[in-house]
Design a protein around this ligand. Structure first.
Ligand code: SF4
Length: 367
């Protein structure tokens, strides 16, 4: 049959240059990628690779590892070789680690412009080594480590200050003919962050890495990131994203993926359409939705599952979904592709939905 039309998006992607982080394309010709960062000691190779494997399984496209010491730099060759996804070495102060990361086969190196000044004369050599090895760069401007010269000029980390820093750092690489880099201008305030990225997007065609820095614990950080990324992505701005949470990195990947899925920027997988419940509900909708959601976590095919508390909107939503339940009077009508296939007692609703979902998923995968 005809391939289905792609789902609508809020804006066309902003056109950017293209480059690669290892095997992953970054820029407007590539899908928006999701990144995270390990929390293990990088020199603890086993734990780091274990966490990278978990991140990979949760849908992470690119992983960053901190590189603060010699021991960490020495671990990079094994980590870069054994990781299933491209590795970015995060380096703040020591240029020698940049060269080690490039030689180790890292997909990219993140450098902090607040510090790169100190090794101005080495930018040319970094650019040459990176070019030789096919390594890319992230210029990571961060409100917390802004160039003191710019802090003085602007009084604080304003959008203009972040952008001036970024544009200047970009020019340091570009004057050596090196263009394979993306830029981030992170701030912990979503309003300043959004404004900075808008200005940076208007100033050049660099691919942009979105991030709200130090966004906070899971709940606050999720909302700060989702609102800020949502504002920018709805204008077509953003080529790769990292949600920063004071929580396990797998959570960052889940949130990042869900933000992209919500905006149709990545194919939706499991989509639970569940009602908030109200005085009409005849079953415990929250528990039902939670249990179905848990039971179907990691679903690899797109599947819309409706979990509805009563017969008001229940049958309508359940029919629109691939699969659903409309509950009432201690029973649940189970719908598949718009047809009631059976009515089960309340205590069997969750298991029936999970069984049916897995059956539909198997059929989809066989096709
Ligand atoms: Fe209330 Fe029924 Fe709507 Fe759920 S589906 S919110 S129970 S009216």
């Amino acid at each position: 049959g005809m391939p289905a039309a792609p789902p609508p998006v809020l804006a066309p992607r902003r056109k950017t240059r293209q480059f690669k982080v290892g095997s992953v394309g970054v820029g407007s010709d590539s899908p928006i990628s999701v990144q995270s960062m390990t929390t293990t000691k990088t020199y603890d190779i086993g734990s780091t690779l274990q966490q990278i494997a978990e991140l990979t399984a949760s849908g992470c496209d690119i992983v960053r590892v901190a590189c603060p010491t010699d021991k960490d730099a020495e671990a990079l060759p094994i980590i870069a070789r054994q990781s299933q996804i491209p590795v970015i070495a995060d380096i703040h102060f020591q240029p020698k680690y940049v060269f080690q990361a490039i030689e180790a086969g890292c997909g990219a190196v993140r450098v902090n412009p607040g510090n790169i000044r100190k090794f101005d004369n080495q930018v040319k050599e970094i650019a040459a080594a990176a070019k030789d090895h096919g390594t890319s760069i992230r210029i990571g401007v961060n409100a917390g480590s802004l160039d003191p010269r710019l802090l003085e000029k602007y009084g604080k980390a304003t959008p203009e200050a972040l952008v001036e820093s970024a544009v200047w750092e970009a020019s340091l690489f570009e004057e050596h003919g090196f263009n394979d880099f993306k830029i981030s201008v992170k701030h912990n305030d979503p309003v300043i962050m959004v404004e900075a990225y808008r200005q940076l997007a208007a100033a050049g065609d660099w691919p942009l890495h979105l991030g709200v820095t130090e966004a906070g614990p899971a709940f606050q950080g999720t909302i700060k990131s989702a609102t800020a990324f949502g504002a920018l992505l709805s204008e077509g701005i953003g080529d790769t994203i990292r949600v920063s949470l004071s929580a396990p990195p797998v959570e960052e990947v889940k949130v990042g993926s869900q933000i992209l899925e919500s905006l149709n920027l990545r194919p939706r997988k499991l989509d639970i359409v569940s009602c908030p419940s109200c005085g009409r509900a005849q079953v415990d909708v929250w528990e039902l939705a939670e249990n179905v959601s848990k039971g179907l976590e990691g679903m690899k095919v797109p599947l819309r599952v409706a979990v509805m508390g009563c017969v008001v909107n229940g049958p309508g939503e359940a029919r629109e979904a691939d699969l659903g339940v409309a509950s009432g009077n201690g029973k649940g009508q189970i719908f598949v592709k718009g047809e009631v296939i059976k009515t089960v007692p309340e205590e069997d609703i969750v298991q029936t939905l999970i069984d049916e979902a897995n059956r539909i998923a198997r059929e989809m995968e066989e096709r």
